[in-house]
Design a protein around this ligand. Structure first.
Ligand code: ADP
Length: 268
């Protein structure tokens, strides 16, 4: 799945990337779902190892347009992971207190500690996305943030955090269908937000803002993956397999037993 990883300094044109791509799994949806089930167990085992070893920190950043599938990705990919070792941080419209600090203040507090996985549902990238598109700060302010963000992520990486960033790429047509089903299905209606339509009207501006994010902030220490996300099962497969291969590459081990011969210990 490394084909979806962006090398540093890539020039990204999202219109050239197919959100319906399912390379390697054409006509194999059932097989894809089976592989994902196996992967989720594997991920559970790797997470336990990460926790037991207590050495590495993993930060996963999820960004997408509305209905892009951030929640579904978290629900499906992490279904077999022990909730005690994972925390999800959702970044909403900043509170007054958050706004009184710099934009990375609220983010830094949610980064993972040793042995932890933190999943960001939205992130500091909102500060160069919604903030740019809706002109919440002047251009000179958001323009310099790409550099801040690269430096911030570098700091985290230097201090032992592995960072993976996923842009869940859906098409405008797919978003229309998903918004419509939120209106049509009573149990999904609570998810419908008029603000989503406001953002949909600015689709092209968002794509431009995302292209800049992806082009300027995919680094060796914090790469972006552009995940084809119109097909939910394939999206989950891509995210799951990147997570597994990244965790495997950490070369983790259970802590060495230092208690002598375990057979000699008598439990009353
Ligand atoms: P989600 O869509 O992620 O499920 P919400 O419907 O509560 O959650 O949306 C969160 C909203 O908060 C989004 O519209 C997002 O653009 C907005 N938001 C997040 N961070 C910021 C920010 N730094 N400045 C302004 N708006 C933000």
């Amino acid at each position: 799945m490394d084909r979806y990883k962006l090398p540093p300094h890539s020039h990204v044109d999202l219109s050239e990337r197919d959100p319906r791509d399912r390379r390697g799994f054409e006509g194999r949806k059932r097989e894809g779902r089976r592989v994902l089930r196996e992967m989720s167990y594997e991920l559970g085992t790797l997470q336990e190892l990460l926790y037991a070893e207590g050495k590495h920190k993993l930060l996963i950043i999820l960004q997408a347009m509305d209905t892009g599938g951030k929640d579904g990705t978290i629900r499906h990919v992490f279904r077999s992971v022990n909730p005690q070792g994972v925390k999800v941080a959702s970044f909403k419209v900043p509170t007054l207190k958050e706004l009184s600090h710099d934009y990375l203040w609220r983010v830094h507090q949610q980064t993972p500690g040793k042995g932890e996985i933190a999943i960001f549902n939205r992130s500091h990238y909102e500060d160069v996305l919604v903030v740019r598109v809706h002109e919440l700060v002047p251009e000179g302010v958001w323009q310099r943030r790409y550099q801040h963000i690269n430096d911030f992520e570098r700091l985290l990486a230097d201090e032992g955090t592995t960072i993976l960033k996923f842009f869940l790429h859906i098409s405008k047509e797919e978003q229309k269908d998903r918004l419509q089903s939120r209106l049509d299905e009573p149990e999904k209606r609570w998810k419908f937000d008029m603000g989503d339509l406001r953002d949909r009207e600015r689709w092209d501006d968002y794509m431009e803002a995302y292209e800049d994010v992806l082009s300027k902030t995919s680094t060796e220490w914090a790469p972006w993956y552009v995940v084809p996300a119109d097909r939910k099962w394939y999206r989950n497969l891509v995210v799951g397999s990147v997570l597994i291969s990244t965790l495997e590459s950490l070369d983790m081990a259970y802590p060495v037993w230092t208690g002598g011969d375990p057979g000699a210990i008598v439990i009353d």
